[in-house]
Design a protein around this ligand. Structure first.
Ligand code: SF4
Length: 581
């Protein structure tokens, strides 16, 4: 490799102008990527549309499953030729995979220049500088220090990471309708299958004052909905002036921030639940009735092997308590199938739990051992892959039926929707059904058939026990077909929104249900009421009957435009000639 050497007056910022950043994994990684982008842009760099055009290529990685790591290795393989042709391009792996693989990744992919763990992202600009100037592998990894470091070192690390979160104040995020705020780093639970405590280090809760300031700053920039992030977010606890601030108190403080209409939080840990959180959710209206509380298994034997710290019965009680406080709450969960030693009886217990809880959304994962974890060291991965696959499919089919019934129950009701943007689903259908779609203001096919909940694509059978309505025999265009094994949820937030205009708009209800409807683009950013006319297992379809509150962002139409508030049953609440169009 013959990298171009920098002249004395050059800095990496001038030599590296464009970056390409691809993110894998959870919301925590999405937030980390936003903060990294803020750092790069603050130094004058701009995003490249494709990696071929970039001077710096970064992958923010996830280690929770083998599949996610395989994707990154495949991407790195594709970049070998580019690095040969353009050796000055900096290729970096950041996030959990860098932390887990450490320098071994340089052996597997020698054309990678830089590694940076999730706890070291504040050092990324300096690291890029170093990689550019030294032309050799550079790395910033916490390693074993992340858990055994001295108090002073931890304090310094904490301060610099805190500075990274606070650096978003100088970032370029504007008019962002929804944002994440990290309330907690790391995890102390050490579930036997999980790599997170090793890659993200010990659990630390951020100061409540910083979090409230961050929420205020986001509100000033047009944000209406924030999601508080933590690996075990309900375990949040911060000592403020010698007094504990638990999660319920933090929720109250964030709820008080003017301009924020919706507050969510993920992910909760069942064994740490405090009933006070339910009380606050019930009494504070801007806290959304949505909870993601992973069970992982319905078998006590498996839960013990996972070291989860609760039983299936105590988990069920928690879900029942949630519904007693919040009757309309949407409960989402995670299940791992095929964990070490999982018998058919264990899996049946999981099926029973799934049917009993009636989740609004469920992530099902096939167990794959992660190097370094206790399960990988001490337990045999003894469930055959085909058994894992069969259990995975069975659970998803059950969940799909549950979701369809739940969504159908919304038909005829009115839901509140925060309008996020153009619908990707409608856009995909546009290409396929060009000519069938009618022009704006008239109904598109997805609206044209009542009872769409029961419509299935040609050749796909309705879940057992459900009788399709006559209209359901209409084949669902493949682009509009529900994807039963791809449950849309909080982790895909934003994925339903198209950057390009489409025939319909999309947003989410308080329960986080994706909702599509016809409305002019000037509705984007508004809170509206939608009467639900049909449903699939994953989405609701309806029409706008009222604008609750107009868009606020500087880039959107403001309240100075006379927003019509149409009486329920009115045609197009967002349609006001001369104002909205
Ligand atoms: S609670 Fe368990 S599964 Fe969740 S991040 Fe911590 S160790 Fe991993």
């Amino acid at each position: 490799m013959k990298p171009r050497r920098l002249g004395p007056a050059e800095s990496w910022a001038s030599a590296m102008r464009r970056y390409f950043l691809e993110t894998f994994g959870c919301q925590m990684n999405i937030l980390d990527s936003q903060l990294v982008e803020g750092q790069l842009r603050a130094r004058g760099m701009t995003p490249a549309v494709a990696y071929r055009d970039a001077d710096v290529i970064l992958f923010n990685t996830c280690s929770v499953r083998q599949h996610a790591e395989d994707k990154v290795l495949s991407r790195l393989g594709q970049l070998r030729g580019l690095k040969r042709r353009r050796p000055e391009t900096i290729i970096g792996v950041i996030g959990c995979m860098a932390e887990r693989e450490k320098e071994g990744l340089f052996v597997r992919a020698p054309h990678v220049d830089l590694l940076c763990g999730p706890g070291e992202l504040n050092r990324l600009p300096a690291l890029l500088d170093e990689a550019q100037q030294r032309h050799e592998h550079v790395a910033a990894l916490a390693g074993s220090l992340s858990r055994r470091t001295e108090v002073l070192h931890r304090a310094l690390e904490y301060d610099s990471l805190e500075a990274l979160d606070l650096s978003r104040a100088a970032s370029v995020e504007r008019d962002t309708l929804q944002s994440y705020i990290r309330v907690q780093r790391g995890c102390d639970k050490f579930c036997t299958y999980c790599v997170v405590p090793f890659t993200r280090g010990p659990e630390r809760s951020r100061p409540p004052g910083h979090l409230v300031d961050e929420a205020k700053m986001l509100a000033e920039r047009g944000c209406r909905e924030i999601t508080l992030l933590g690996q075990t977010v309900n375990s949040y606890l911060h000592q403020e002036d010698g007094r504990p601030v638990p999660f319920a108190r933090l929720l109250e403080r964030v709820h008080a921030v003017e301009g924020i209409d919706r507050v969510r939080f993920v992910t909760s840990f069942p064994a740490d639940w405090d009933e006070d959180i339910f009380r606050v959710m019930r009494d504070f209206p801007r806290l959304m009735p949505y909870l993601h509380i992973p069970a992982q298994s319905g078998s006590d034997r498996v839960l013990r092997a996972m070291k989860r710290g609760y039983t299936a019965a105590s988990y069920r009680r928690l879900m029942d308590t949630a519904r007693s406080y919040l009757p309309d709450v949407a409960l989402a969960g995670d299940i791992i199938v095929g964990f070490c030693g999982e018998t058919d009886a264990d899996f049946r217990a999981t099926v029973e739990l799934t049917r009993g809880v009636q989740y609004s959304g469920l992530y099902v994962f096939k167990y794959s051992p992660r190097p370094g974890t206790k399960a990988d060291r001490n337990l045999a991965d003894d469930v055959p892959l085909e058994v894992k696959q069969a259990r995975n499919n069975e659970l998803l089919a059950i969940q799909s039926e549950i979701m369809l019934r739940q969504k159908q129950a919304w038909v005829g009701r009115t839901v509140e929707v925060l309008v996020e943007g153009y619908s990707k689903l409608a856009r995909r259908s546009q290409g396929e059904h060009n000519g069938e779609l009618r022009t704006r203001g008239k109904r598109s096919p997805s609206f044209s058939i009542r009872g769409a909940a029961a419509i299935y694509p040609a050749g796909r059978r309705a879940p057992s026990g459900l009788t399709p309505a006559p209209s359901a025999l209409t084949p669902w265009p493949s682009a509009l077909a529900p994807a039963p094994f791809d449950l849309a949820s909080e982790q895909d937030r934003g994925a339903e929104v198209s950057r390009e205009p489409s025939s319909q708009l999309v947003g989410r209800t308080p329960q986080d249900v994706i909702t599509l409807f016809d409305a002019p683009p000037t509705c984007i950013g508004a809170l509206v009421k939608v009467r639900v006319e049909s449903a699939t297992p994953h989405s609701l379809f309806g029409r706008v009957v009222e604008v609750i509150s107009p868009p606020r962002g500087a880039g959107q139409r403001s309240a100075t435009i006379g927003l019509p508030v149409v009486a329920p049953g009115g045609a197009h609440a967002c349609h006001s000639p001369g104002a909205w169009i």
